[in-house]
Ligand binder design. Structure first.
Ligand SMILES: Cc1cc2nc3c(=O)[nH]c(=O)nc-3n(C[C@H](O)[C@H](O)[C@H](O)COP(=O)(O)OP(=O)(O)OC[C@H]3O[C@@H](n4cnc5c(N)ncnc54)[C@H](O)[C@@H]3O)c2cc1C
Length: 361
């Protein structure tokens, strides 16, 4: 039994690395276990992030965001200034929105290196096979720690091991890179491929990130087939095979803590249900988790204060997004209904929806 660490974080995505960084900055001995051979690889993400002002507008109660999103310019692949939403009949709705694409593998490595600089140890090729309160098993070793963190993505083994509820309503999504020249507009397609299917083209420095996601409730087709259909339809040249993952689409799970464990990021359902974006919330909640753990180890602060804190800072927009998604799903069923409701909403209200605000404030 390895007892060298106070905290074991499972997963080295944005949630795990942010948690590890802030727990280590607070003096905890932190080990991150990552099943992949290299942090951030392969990329299964649209790689889009809003600029800081957009993040503040979406999460107005989140505290002190400047240091969290102090992203080096070298990690910005392409600036985006417009989101174009395309209806089933290819009618475009333009929403001014500032953001950028990154290279997600380099982005995750950057966050992991910040955690390492703070003193955390990151061990790759370390698949966690089971978890109990205070105990983490990999194929080669058993670790005992005061706190175990589930930052292990949408299908969280840690959540199961801690007896916490896992995400429901997972959307499969795949992504790949396309070559060619693209302007600085993010394209989002809804309902044209199949009911409940959506697709995106996100410009990068050389080419674009392209992907497709599906709500299984509305469509029984395979996401990989829709991806191929989208590429044909949009006449894209794609390099490499599409990589898939799941997107939690039901908002946060009911409880994200036990007496010795926490869930963060996708494992906690920290994703905007209206657009599938989860990187910013993973980073915000990761910092809250890391700081809470450090306080817990130093002063005995209960881990429940993590949940109080993230709910105070980001829950309201996440809940609004889930409600909007539920309402929108009434219109997902058929292209005609979707076409009509998109025209009815128009770009301004669609902009509200993308920013997790009520569509009719
Ligand atoms: C196709 C697609 C496109 C997306 N596009 C965007 C986008 O453009 N912008 C955006 O903001 N969000 C996007 N998202 C969502 C975003 O990727 C996630 O919300 C974000 O990665 C969450 O970070 P995380 O650290 O919680 O989880 P992850 O980034 O998934 O990291 C979890 C880590 O845990 C590791 N792990 C899992 N199980 C184990 C185990 N048993 N043992 C050890 N390690 C384990 C995994 O290998 C992984 O490295 C997209 C998601 C998908 C699927």
């Amino acid at each position: 039994m390895n007892t060298d660490y106070d905290v074991i974080v499972v997963g080295s995505g944005p949630a795990g690395s942010s948690t590890a960084e802030h727990a280590a900055l607070g003096g905890a001995r932190v080990l991150v276990l990552e099943r992949k051979k290299a942090v951030g690889e392969p990329v299964a993400c649209g790689e889009f992030l809003p600029i800081l002002d957009e993040i503040k507008a979406t999460f107005p109660d989140a505290e002190d965001l400047e240091p969290v999103f102090d992203i080096p310019a070298s990690l910005i692949s392409r600036e985006i200034d417009l989101i174009r939403i395309l209806s089933p009949r290819s009618r475009g709705f333009d929403i001014p929105f500032l953001g950028y694409t990154t290279d997600r593998d380099r982005f995750d490595k950057h966050l992991a290196s910040k955690a390492e600089k703070a003193g955390a140890v990151i061990r790759t090729s370390s698949m966690v096979t089971s978890v109990k309160e205070g105990e983490v098993h990999t194929r080669d070793e058993v670790y005992s720690a005061k706190v175990v963190v589930g930052a292990d993505g949408p299908i969280s083994k840690v959540a199961m091991g801690l007896g916490l509820q896992r995400n429901g309503d997972l959307y499969p999504a795949v992504t790949s890179q396309a070559t060619g020249a693209f302007d600085s507009t993010m394209e989002m397609y809804f309902g044209g491929l199949a009911p409940g299917a959506y697709a995106w083209v996100l410009p990068k420095r050389n080419g674009a990130n392209v992907g497709v996601g599906v709500a299984p409730k509305f469509s029984d087709g395979r996401v990989g087939d829709y991806f191929q259909e989208f590429i044909r339809m949009r006449k894209l040249e794609v390099t490499g095979r599409p990589i898939g993952k799941y997107v939690p689409s039901n908002g946060p799970v009911p409880r994200t803590f036990t007496s010795s464990g926490l869930l963060v990021g996708d494992a906690a359902g920290h994703v905007m249900a209206v657009n599938g974006g989860g990187i910013p919330i993973a980073m915000i909640c990761g910092r809250i988790a890391g700081r809470t753990i450090a306080d817990h180890l130093r002063n005995g602060t209960p881990l429940s204060s993590y949940e109080e804190s993230w709910r105070r800072q980001v829950y309201k927009p996440l809940r609004t997004a889930v409600r909007t998604k539920m309402l929108a799903s009434l219109f997902f069923g058929g292209p005609r209904r979707l076409e009509f409701s998109m025209r009815f909403l128009g770009p301004r209200r669609m902009g509200n929806i993308l920013r997790c605000r009520p569509s009719f404030p």
